[in-house]
Design a protein around this ligand. Sequence first.
Ligand SMILES: [Zn+2]
Length: 310
Amino acid sequence: MTTALITHPACLEHDTGPFHPECADRLRAVLRALEAQEFVPLLREAAPLATEEQLSRVHPVSHVRSVLALAPAAGEHLALDADTVVSAGSGEAALRAAGGAVAAVDAVMEGWARAAFAAVRPPGHHAEPARPMGFCLFNNAAVAALHARARWGKQRVAVVDFDVHHGNGTQAMFAADRDLFYGSSHQHPCYPGTGMSGERGVAGNIVNAPLSPGANGAAFRAAWSERILPALDAFAPDFLIVSAGFDAHKADPLAQLRLETGDFAWITDELVALADRHTDGRIVSLLEGGYDLDALAMSAAAHVRTLMRH
Ligand SMILES: [Zn+2]
């Protein structure tokens, strides 16, 4: 199917300093993999800057402005917490990352693509309404979800998240709204520590499937097949957004799940089939984590290849 690839060079200018796992080389690795011949049909689009109006559906305006005002001098780094670092280029990168998520929604709603993958950084799913955390500044998936609602009238929006970490920020924003669904598989115990099965949201609209360290692809597939996908089918979304993190791969240094590249193709296939049932095949995917450069590149390529083949 026609698939859009949305990215921007400014996302490479968010400099987290030496030895930080969430580095620009991650995005370079993904984009290099997507230069292969088989990806020529991707419709490539530059990520626009998110507007204050788009961000403020999720984050208080005062918070948006304070994050953008941080701007350290060139070559300097400012740590917001133990994990989250900003540099001179972070503000634009964060605006392009959220703007890329918005553009992905517009691409599939305008109809020039059926699927859209935003290859952007910083990632977003740990960002809470008024707190950057866990490498994340703005919550790209939540901004996309509320844009789908505000601009395109998609009331029931689902975000599903197969990053190895729980998307505490997305859950925090969705839990009280029965028309928003958040489903996540993630390692537990692991950062950030949220995402227990008992966290269900106001109407069962939060579905968490924690997996033990060492869990493999079979356990991952069972969690999705038996828990998250049935709940998502029952929710019957008008619009589907994927927080696509690839750090559950067995080679990833930040966690201990043992997924292989084929597992990311499998979950993508399942989500595309679900989109066919509920959202006229429209599906938006946003890059979250993934910290082994080779595993990230191969897994993201498998994900995009599956979106395209559909
Ligand atoms: Zn992660």
